[in-house]
Design a protein around this ligand. Sequence first.
Ligand SMILES: Nc1ncnc2c1ncn2[C@@H]1O[C@H](COP(=O)(O)OP(=O)(O)OP(=O)(O)O)[C@@H](O)[C@H]1O
Ligand SMILES: [Mg+2]
Length: 254
Amino acid sequence: MIELRDVHRTYRRPREVHALRGVSLNIEAGQRFGIVGESGSGKSTLVRLLAGLDRPTSGEIHFEGRRVDGLPDRKLGFLRSALQVVFQDPMGSLDPRMRVRDIICEPLGRRDPGRVAELLTAVGLPEDAAGRYPHQFSGGQRQRISIARALAPRPRVLVADEPVSALDVSVRKQVLDLLAELTGRFELTLVFVSHDLAVVRRVCDTVAVMRHGELVELGAVDQVYDDPRHPYTRELIAAAPNLRAELARLQGGR
Ligand SMILES: Nc1ncnc2c1ncn2[C@@H]1O[C@H](COP(=O)(O)OP(=O)(O)OP(=O)(O)O)[C@@H](O)[C@H]1O
Ligand SMILES: [Mg+2]
């Protein structure tokens, strides 16, 4: 569904940074593909490239068999509806002057009250949320609004970049469960970025480990977590001593 071939992304300002250094990977339809790695390893850069919000310095990106990395914005309409992104900070990504119904319909380019009602229900918000503004909701509810907006154009791929990192620990599990449920219900391919290993293990079937702009390990989550091959992956796991307890907590109530 998504293929990256030797993708590089170098930023020149404010200083030269090799954010991605030759990343190649395949994401198959229906996969729940996790990307982990420490801060600055290039995860969000990868997300922006996948979504066509930025272009690689070199290398190729293919989406459903079409090469997309060289396409100008005006030719990326198909990608924008097929692949939607949920960002970390719902306050930063929701326009405070827009009502929820308009936020949700934004990617559609037209008003559709029926679709708004359907999506609000899908994400567990009351239908009367449609007429309210983002600041009238809690952090977890705002992330539900972002998820509803992302689902509006019926994407095939949902990309979530640290979707629960800005939320209170107490609501993380609910939002993760919602993402997992919607991914299954709408048969979405999920690309899920997090520096939190427990969260990725909970939600994903496959995991890619990034370090300094390189992909150092890729495999089935259970295999990578139980039998990591790369020393850096071992380090990451060792640096998360509460992984087991955290996983148990995220799995609680099942
Ligand atoms: N627009 C930009 N301009 C210049 N440098 C950038 C830009 N975006 C990212 N970088 C740099 O590229 C590197 C990778 O950043 P990126 O945001 O992809 O990392 P990340 O893995 O998402 O980190 P985090 O876990 O903190 O979100 C970092 O060194 C960062 O400072
Ligand atoms: Mg990031």
